[in-house]
Design a protein around this ligand. Sequence first.
Ligand code: C5J
Length: 220
Amino acid sequence: MIKQIKARPFDFTFDPEKTALMVIDMQRDFVQKGGFGEALGNDVSPMQKAIEPISKVLECCRSQHMLIIHTREGHRPDLTDCPKAKLTRGGKTFIGTDGPMGRILVRGEYGHDIIPELYPKEGEVVIDKPGKDAFFATDLYQILLNRGIKSLIICGVTTEVCVQTTSRAANDRGFELVIPEDCCASYFPEFHEAALNMIAAQGAIVGWVSDSKSVISALE
Ligand code: C5J
């Protein structure tokens, strides 16, 4: 049955049977106190505020038997999948070097994994992505096509980096998407605000912006 979510710039129309929930990069290193995000000097409290709303949307989508996709940003331990240009970036810390929760952005390390509150359940898709765009060098697009997905609900961190990049990539591939604003976060509140405005500007140039309560009330 076709449903609508209250959203800006106007209501988001979708078919739950053709919609997937994406939870982007809710990894310990980005979200938890003591992770490398905090070690860089960032305030992780906005990330932590997003956990409960994401968890409610996740439970609701699970109860509706929707496709659930989690992503994790990271590289192979030998870093052969990491462009050399990225190895020297980060200011104080670098991909592959030791961080407080293991090697930074390396698959298999403690900090690379998803926080326990949002941990994937058996059967849910986990995409290990080497970049900001979840479609880049992954099988995400084929999975969405094979499952007949047309619309995405996108949550996670950070709003202006991996959430926005993946949203733009999804939009270019023909998916319609809505971002519940309390289900994503940035270390920089002004970037969070600006990124969401960019998504919804010019009549939903990239997608729609809503909130967890509106998403849940549309689905229930
Ligand atoms: C960043 C992300 N910010 N998941 N990654 O490097 O947004």
